[in-house]
Design a protein around this ligand. Structure first.
Ligand SMILES: Nc1nc2c(c(=O)[nH]1)N[C@H]1C(S)=C(S)[C@@H](COP(=O)(O)O)O[C@H]1N2
Ligand SMILES: [Mo]
Length: 414
């Protein structure tokens, strides 16, 4: 919720990156730069991202706008030709419309709750100077990424493939912060609140929790840098949670409060939203204190891949054609990416690119030589180090989460 620490009079100063930009609420669309529509993506059903407008939020490059209040902007496919997603092209997702600009100089992070014996507050300099910095590359992927591709159609933001990004995050271990707060053995969940709040009181405030085991994982960090720069305003300045391997719903932006809880967090965002049918997905990571017989909170990212090149559906006959893409999972690691040209009957291994860390996108490529004139469909399927791979069709579920069907690209060689 908006807290007293946030100086709303800083409205004309965007704290992150020094970008000369107006705050979101004051921009009212007027400063948005509309530019050309993105290339038509042949793998998307009609209506998904094809008629989209590329529009720039303050401090960001043009992205595909799905909604303005709250801001929901996804990255066009062309962004994923880079394994690391540039900050200004990183997708933006909010549930709430009141997103204040946070002033790092006055920002405070409150750490406490019933499950902590020594509650305290820290400022931005404390976060950077008093804790050992750690860096890791991790994919931030919305649980609902690709929801627009769900069959049958489900309600919700109709994301195509770009509600995700991969960045090098730098921050303090959440474990070190919790150690200082004297985490009690009765603590079962750690809850996180951000500075944004509902513009209308009909939307419940966005507060999320993690099980203690995930909060204490040395890779779970409170990040203050993204790709060597301060976090962009729209990606959580001045600090956000990084829960590597888990879908981005837990990656609280503009963190203001960390609460060690002795009881499960009971709110709309835990009990109703971001849940999947129990045992539907091959998750190995559980959030036991939030499970019910029928449903479980979404936890780790399912193994997935994306074909990033070629982008268009047409290629020239006689030319060498290389299929390129990325693959990622929850941190078990990508073991293989395989390509099929016969609808999934036979598969051949693609060549994997460099490893940037187990939670990162992994690039891959596969040469098709000089394909003959005609139509061709290429499928890509990633397998991770524990043997999980992508299903041919996404598993239907009410909210359209975890869409990880094999990647497909129809190409006409002419
Ligand atoms: N404060 C705050 N943090 C948040 C959210 C939000 O609405 N408010 N949305 C979450 C969800 S669902 C996603 S997908 C990611 C999106 O991160 P990004 O906007 O940096 O891409 O932020 C997460 N953290
Ligand atoms: Mo999300």
């Amino acid at each position: 919720m908006p807290s007293a620490e946030i100086d709303r009079r800083q409205l004309l100063r965007l704290s992150a990156g020094g970008a000369a930009a107006m705050p979101f609420l004051a921009s009212a669309g007027a400063s948005a730069l509309a530019s050309q529509a993105p290339p038509l993506d042949p793998r998307l059903p009609a209506g998904v991202a094809t008629e989209a407008l590329l529009e720039a939020l303050p401090g960001k490059a043009p992205l595909i706008k799905l909604a303005y209040r709250p801001p929901n902007y996804e990255a066009p496919l062309s962004v994923f030709k880079d394994t690391i997603t540039p900050n200004d092209q990183f997708f933006v997702r909010y549930h709430l419309s009141d997103i204040p600009n946070v002033n790092a100089a006055t920002w405070r992070l409150a750490v406490g709750g019933e499950g902590a014996s020594t509650p305290f507050e820290l400022g931005f300099e404390d976060l950077k100077m008093k804790y050992e910095p750690v860096e890791l590359v991790a994919v931030c992927q919305c649980s609902g990424n690709r929801r627009g591709l769900a069959e049958p159609h489900v309600a919700g933001v109709q994301w195509a493939v770009g509600a995700m990004g991969n960045a090098r995050w730098k921050g303090a271990r959440l474990k070190d912060i919790l150690d200082k707060a004297g985490l009690k053995s009765e603590a079962i969940e750690i809850a996180f609140d951000g500075a944004d709040g509902p513009a209308l009181d009909t939307t419940p405030d966005f507060v999320k929790s993690l099980p203690v085991w995930k909060a204490l994982d040395p890779d779970t960090i409170v990040a203050y840098e993204m790709n060597g720069e301060p976090l962009p305003h729209f990606n959580g300045f001045p600090a956000r949670l990084i829960a590597p391997g888990w879908t981005a719903t837990y990656w609280m932006k503009h963190l203001t409060r960390i609460e060690a809880r002795t009881k499960p967090l009971d709110n709309f965002w835990m009990k109703t939203a971001y849940r999947v049918p129990a045992r539907l997905f091959p998750s190995t990571q559980r959030f036991v204190s939030q499970e019910s017989p029928a449903t479980t909170p979404i936890t780790e990212i399912m193994v997935n891949s994306l074909i990033t090149s070629p982008i268009g559906a047409e290629v020239k006959v006689g030319e060498m054609l290389t299929i390129e893409g990325i693959a990622w999972d929850a941190g078990f690691g990508i073991a293989a990416v395989e390509i099929s040209q016969d609808g999934g009957k036979s598969w051949t291994s693609a060549e994997l690119g460099p490893e940037l860390g187990r939670y990162s996108f992994r690039s891959w490529q596969f040469s098709l030589g000089r394909p003959a004139k005609g139509n061709l469909e290429v499928l890509a399927k990633a397998t991770n180090a524990i043997g999980q791979s992508q299903p041919m069709k996404a598993l239907p579920n009410p909210a359209g989460y975890h869409h990880n069907a094999v990647a497909r690209l129809a190409i006409t060689v002419a």
